[in-house]
Design a protein around this ligand. Structure first.
Ligand SMILES: [Zn+2]
Length: 436
């Protein structure tokens, strides 16, 4: 009798396992509660903060999630969800704005249960607790300097104080952002551009500061904008120029195309990609000013092209493209030694698209100088350089017809006119005297 009973029981158990499959067996065996990850996991939050809660349970899936807030020993539920489908991973966004929280410390308790049959069918529950501080007050910002005069294509600087620690601060101009940098006296310095592409009417720089909880302060940066005219030029593209230059760009733009088609790709797509790269390199800057005095202009060099010159490219009598020239073209002797315009640190020394062999020197607080079309590079990234120290030799690499230096000044990734930095009076009136 008992033998038969064992056989029946065994068949029953195997039958059950067979019916439920391996997954079903796992539902019994799973002892592991879901893994909970909350981002951010600590720190300051604002009323608009969103907690990203990631849950993972690969054995039996996630069944439910409950999120509670404890403030002064009062518990509130901010989120409760039971799922019919037991997904192995879930990502839920929990918005704090649904609870009327007061300033100060509070805790978030996250409970997640898996879909296993553990704990008499209730599943394995994980509970995790996180501590935060609610901060609903935006930082207070007070500008210390008088409103700067900023010329189109040029640069302005402001010094200001911020009432609390911030996650980010600086001057925003449309999509461009010019970070402010905290100085040893506790105040912030921010150098920012008046982009050549904007008119006086369009230029509306904003001073912004966002605290660690995400509360933002924003107001007009308070500047006196001044217009500036830029030159224009027509560039006749000869077949011999295209024939001599375009093979250099076949690797970047392969395939069967005419020299004119390849030129347009270089002049548009590669130029845009190089501008984007400059914006990223602009973030690799020292938080303090490394430069001193006026910037050196290549000695005895003729100025062949100026900043923000509007260039119309003509091929076989037809206007085929328009681009802006964002530096000074300085022509000296062949393979002229190129000095660093000021003290700084090399942040880029390599080949880059239209610039050919190029060196970029960081002078701190977002200010960088660029030396393009070099035939030789004598420095390496990370190297500190002094004003006048030789970076390399001039040449015609990249999109250059003849041996010259393309000299650029860049403010947090935005090309600006070099003229201001060659001018001792401008530096005194607009920077050093203002920051005293
Ligand atoms: Zn140039």
């Amino acid at each position: 009798m008992s033998n038969l009973k064992n056989v029946v029981l065994t068949l029953f158990v195997f039958g059950l396992l067979g019916a439920c499959g391996v997954g079903g067996y796992m539902l019994f065996k799973d002892q592991q509660a879901p893994l909970i990850t909350v981002t951010p996991g600590d720190g300051r939050l604002s009323q608009n903060s969103v907690l990203e809660i990631s849950l993972a349970d690969h054995a039996s899936g996630v069944k439910s999630l409950t999120v509670l807030i404890r403030k002064n020993s009062t518990m509130m539920t901010v989120y409760q969800q039971d799922w019919a489908d037991r997904l192995p991973e879930r990502k839920e966004m929990v918005n704090l704005s649904s609870v009327n929280l007061q300033e100060g410390a509070f805790e978030v308790i996250v409970k997640a249960t898996d879909g296993s049959f553990a704990a008499f069918g209730k599943g394995n529950t994980a509970t995790r607790e996180y501590s935060y501080r609610l901060d609903t007050t935006p930082p207070r910002v007070s500008v210390i300097t008088m409103p700067p005069y900023v010329r189109r294509g040029g640069v302005g600087v402001i010094a200001y104080a911020v009432s609390e620690e911030v996650a980010s601060t600086g001057v925003a101009v449309g999509d461009l952002f010019f970070p402010g940098y905290r100085q040893s006296n506790g105040n912030y310095l921010c150098f920012f551009a008046f982009p050549y592409s904007l008119t006086v009417g369009e230029y509306a720089p904003k001073l912004v500061a966002t605290d660690l909880a995400g509360n933002s302060y924003e107001r007009g940066a308070g500047v006196n904008p001044i217009d500036r005219e830029f030159t224009t030029d027509r560039i006749n593209l000869s077949d011999s120029f295209l024939a001599s230059k375009m093979p250099d760009f076949e690797q970047d733009f392969p395939g069967d195309m005419t020299n004119e088609q390849r030129f347009l790709k270089v002049n548009r797509e590669m130029r845009a990609a190089n501008r984007a790269a400059l914006y990223d390199i602009g973030k690799q800057t020292s938080p303090s000013m490394l430069w001193n005095g006026t910037f050196l202009r290549l000695h005895n060099a003729a100025n062949r092209a100026r900043f923000a010159e509007k260039r119309t490219y003509v091929y076989n009598g037809t206007e085929i493209d328009v681009q802006y020239h964002l530096g000074h073209d300085l022509a000296s002797t062949m393979h002229a030694p190129i000095p660093s315009a000021n003290d700084g640190r090399v942040v880029f020394a390599d080949t880059m698209g239209i610039y050919g062999q190029v060196v970029i020197v960081d002078h701190g607080l977002g200010l960088q100088t660029l030396y393009a079309h070099l035939s030789e590079i004598d420095v390496t990234p990370g190297q500190a350089v002094r004003k006048g120290e030789i970076l390399g030799k001039s040449g015609k690499t990249g999109m250059a017809g003849g041996d010259h230096l393309h000299f650029g000044v860049i403010m947090s990734g935005m090309p600006v006119t070099p003229l201001e930095w060659f001018d001792a009076h401008w530096i005194k009136d607009n920077i050093t005297d203002r920051l005293k």
